[in-house]
Write a new protein. Structure first.
Length: 188
């Protein structure tokens, strides 16, 4: 007898695979919105205080996919049991002096898929994309209370390079903003 919980690894698609099928792309946009709304509603540290609108998410995805097509970004989507459960992306800095670097590295995973390796798979794929794109330094920031994400990032080689104490304001609560980086220049 099975528990009904899959143990299959997540399937990770890149932006080109995702946008090659218009139906898949439309379903993904709806799912991405739903994932982000549920996470932000639950207090997830993704940069929104209130859940994003469908239009905000569509605009974000359009901007990221456009940058992917220009070679200035990566977008990855995780599927479990045929449904999207997570997404992540990075964008190359637009300032000429910062072009070899990319930020932000954002990863969002449906709460129901936590603990199943989805965040690790997405982040690992994004790191590989950055390496392949010639990114020298991949940066991200995380809210100081997001200990699971910070642990994941450290386990994948990111190091903390700064912290702004009590910088993130969510209502009356204040959290540190933790800056992390993965410096490919120091890797052999």
């Amino acid at each position: 007898m099975t528990s009904g919980v899959t143990t299959e690894p997540a399937i990770i698609l890149d932006a080109m695979e995702l946008t090659a099928d218009p139906e898949l792309e439309v379903r993904f946009a709806k799912s991405a919105h739903q994932i982000l709304v549920e996470l932000v509603s639950g207090g997830a540290a993704l940069g929104w205080v209130e859940p994003p609108s469908r239009d905000e998410v569509a605009e974000l995805l359009d901007r990221v996919v456009s940058a992917v097509r220009a070679g200035d970004a990566a977008l990855r989507v995780a599927y479990l049991d045929g449904r999207p459960v997570g997404l992540g992306y990075w964008l190359r800095y637009t300032r000429p002096t910062h072009r070899p670097h990319a930020d932000p590295e954002k990863v969002a995973v449906d709460a129901a898929a936590h603990g199943r390796g989805v965040g690790r798979a997405l982040t690992s794929a994004l790191i590989a994309d950055a390496w392949e794109a010639g990114i020298e330094v991949l940066t991200l920031d995380a809210r100081g209370d997001n200990t699971s994400a910070l642990h994941l990032y450290r386990s994948l080689g990111f190091t903390e390079y700064g912290r702004l104490a009590d910088f993130v304001a969510v209502g009356e609560h204040r959290y540190d903003k933790v800056f992390c980086m993965l410096d490919f220049r120091r890797q052999d």
